[in-house]
Design a protein around this ligand. Sequence first.
Ligand code: PXG
Length: 291
Amino acid sequence: MKIYMSGQLVDEAEAKVSVFDHGLLYGDGVFEGIRAYHGKVFLLKEHVARLYDSAKAIALDIPMSQQEMADAVRATCAANDLNDGYIRLVVTRGVGTLGLNPYLCKKPEVIIIAAGIQLYPKELYETGMNVVTVGTVRNHPEAVNPRIKSLNYLNNVMAKIEAINAGVLECIMLNPQGQVAEASGDNVFVIKDGVLKTPPVWCGALDGITRRAVMDIAESLGYVVKEEVLQRYDLFTADEMFLTGTAAEVIACTNVDRRNIGEGVPGKITVSLQNAFKEYVKEHGTPIADS
Ligand code: PXG
């Protein structure tokens, strides 16, 4: 596999970071997860823009333009003959001292990995998945704002541990006020009386790119979509519930905290959105190959 690192494509065995990189020492950096479908990078511009916003929020200057970054993503996919897969973009603060001071780091490190994708088990897309709400609350917005896709994902990892220990694969995280924020690596939607509802990002959610795509799709199918504060009550009383994310795409949640959502099977609207999403990805990508 070829990895993009320090401005070049190198063999996987040579793609190594220093033990003095602040990405490793402090989780000081940002990342993106992007999908390629049918030889096109899905919503590439949007992912690159979010990466630069995450970087800006932590005062990290990425040493290349957004266009150069997008071209580097395409070049990494091309070098690995990737048509369908998962791309991980990582920008670390770079090599510094053992102290915290980020201003002593010489140059941010940009890494692009174009690889396969690990999905939830296929049958969960048919049956829906069970989730639990967890005790680990989402980061306070004035701590590490959840809108930053930072390399410091311990908050999410701690939540994921709780989910797995409870015998499920994903969880719902609440914010410090006890409102629904998102899943550990996905956004959350409920449907009540035909209306789609998802928490506004200020409730502690990443401004998910799949989330926005699904809001778009739902509106084009004629559904009303609202960004609304949600409480656990809204999950328990929902007719349908689903998660969205680059890795997960659109997946139904049929049980929360051992309570069935609706009939305990994926709802009709969720299934229609899953199908529409498959079509949407065909039309919203940047071709990997130069035309
Ligand atoms: N919330 C969080 C906290 C995320 O990390 C999403 C929502 C969905 O956003 P997009 O833009 O992808 O629709 C993410 C996405 C994983 C995994 O293994 C998921 C993500 C990052 C890394 C790994 O499920 N993020």
